[in-house]
Design a protein around this ligand. Structure first.
Ligand code: SF4
Length: 238
């Protein structure tokens, strides 16, 4: 795995390629971001952003959402998928906020992950973006990008979070997640667009997979054969 210095350099370079990287979910406060993040599971941020304006108007806070009828809630969020599970999570989460936190979103990982429907990734999104507490959410993009580059190892989000957090100062944690999510969506997709990538020189996957594959292509073989021939012509008698 790469050194903390290299990890930091990678994040800084990605931040230049993706300026103003931030969550793409629309929200005005921690409660709205918590709701939007729960809805974003197995959905897209764009889809969630279509649903939340009307949802937040009808249920502006935990008190209003805790009193919602499940059937009405399901209708409003149906287009985000898994609407039954998500409506139960939203009701349970807002009822727990009322019962245990006076309706406020707690700025604490343990308290957040005790809420129904809230896992570590969701908690980190809310902590890092809406509550000013350093957090490094690891989603499938962060897993793919960090493993390819070689700044993390493994497919366990919690372990990858710990590796990245150990290598970076706290003030870079949320940025590190935001830039890798954008990079994974735009450039380092499952089929990566390496020619558009600013961190090729630091990327293990580029060095060990992309370049080696390129060397095996028919064009590369022809180029190598041509240069061998040219060398023979330049050195007659060999
Ligand atoms: S060089 Fe390619 S594989 Fe490496 S991070 Fe960039 S896009 Fe991803």
């Amino acid at each position: 795995m790469k050194s903390p210095e290299a990890t930091r350099r990678v994040v800084e370079t990605l931040a230049v390629q993706h300026p103003n990287a931030d969550t793409e979910l629309h929200y005005r406060n921690a409660f709205e971001l918590l709701v939007a993040t729960i809805l974003s599971a197995q959905s897209t941020d764009a889809r969630v952003n279509m649903v939340t304006p009307a949802l937040f108007k009808k249920y502006p806070d935990a008190r209003a959402l805790a009193r919602a009828r499940q059937s009405a809630l399901e209708k409003q969020i149906v287009s985000t998928g898994f609407f039954r599970q998500k409506s139960k999570a939203l009701l349970g989460m807002s009822q727990a906020l009322i019962a245990e936190h006076g309706g406020q979103v707690p700025a604490d990982m343990e308290a957040l992950t005790r809420l129904p429907g809230v896992g570590r990734k969701t908690a980190n999104v809310v902590l890092g973006h809406a509550l000013g507490v350093p957090g490094l959410p690891v989603d499938r993009h962060v897993l793919r990008v960090s493993n390819r580059i070689g700044i993390a190892e493994g497919d366990d989000p919690e372990k990858v979070e710990a590796q990245l957090c150990a290598a970076l100062p706290e003030e870079m944690w949320t940025l590190a997640s935001d830039v890798q999510i954008l990079h994974g969506r735009r450039i380092c997709r499952p089929k990566p667009l390496c020619s558009d990538c600013s961190i090729r020189d630091d990327c293990d996957f580029y060095e060990h997979v992309v370049m080696k594959d390129a060397a095996r292509t028919p064009t590369a073989k022809k180029t190598r054969a041509k240069s061998r021939d040219a060398r023979r012509v330049r050195t007659p008698g060999r």
